[in-house]
Design a protein around this ligand. Sequence first.
Ligand SMILES: Nc1ncnc2c1ncn2[C@@H]1O[C@H](COP(=O)(O)OP(=O)(O)OP(=O)(O)O)[C@@H](O)[C@H]1O
Ligand SMILES: [Mg+2]
Length: 281
Amino acid sequence: MKIIKVKDLGFKYAGTDFYAIRGVNLEIDEGEFVVLAGKSGCGKTTLLRCLNGLIPHFYEGEFEGRVLIDGVDTRECPPHILSQKAGMVFQNPDNQLFALSVEADIAFPLENLGLPREEIRDRVEWALKLLGIEELRKRSPFELSAGQKQKVAIASVLAMKPKILLLDEPTSSLDPVSAKNLIDAIIDLNRRHGLTILISEHRLTHLIPHADKLAIMDGGRIIYFDDPRRILKEDVLMYGISIPRVVEVAREMRRIGGCIPFRDIPLSVEEFISGLKGALR
Ligand SMILES: Nc1ncnc2c1ncn2[C@@H]1O[C@H](COP(=O)(O)OP(=O)(O)OP(=O)(O)O)[C@@H](O)[C@H]1O
Ligand SMILES: [Mg+2]
């Protein structure tokens, strides 16, 4: 089932004279892991804002086309209902945290929903456990590291039990080790808990082997949307994408004589080695 359907979507922010995104068509299956990439300013954040209803409900401008999230038209559904279907984690977790303790932060939106106290307690526990941050529960969010803050932000979104998790460059303020750690947690949410994930990222190396689809945007449009193995056969560096080194090596090996006939472009060192073994057998 297509949990996200985007049809001829366009948006022009008020006060600007160009469409930030236009002619965007996209369909994502329930449980898919989709990576959104492209140069700065190509429209990734704008597209994500359209998927969780921030556009058109909070941002003024001209909206065209339509977005269906789990069968619901975003124009006709208030954002607090949409956030229970598609939760969004922003680039900077500081904008999402404000309470005195981590558990209060996670509980806050649930209290706003008017859920029973017991249900709130259960969901907070569940979300803390899912992200492996139980020991942070009493801490102030403001004294945490950037990686810990980002996990708390994700936990507070997940406590709403959305089917879709939208993440806008969640690792951009993290060091490489914390970034990998966070990406592993996100992959786990997809693989083990079946969450549909759409994540915008510049650093693709660790993420891309797990992606079902890669979407590349340019100039406000989606120009590629396919299995990353198929897309990365082509030269997409001009779209501001840092592809894994192993992809470059495999492509170069193919180019200089096709001596290693990889059937698919390997996306990780493990895939590269198993492709090599197959070819040498
Ligand atoms: N609130 C806003 N008001 C006016 N214009 C905006 C607003 N937000 C984004 N834009 C414009 O819309 C276009 C797309 O921006 P967007 O932030 O969606 O790109 P992006 O792909 O997320 O970039 P980055 O990789 O730098 O985060 C840009 O030209 C940007 O200047
Ligand atoms: Mg952005």
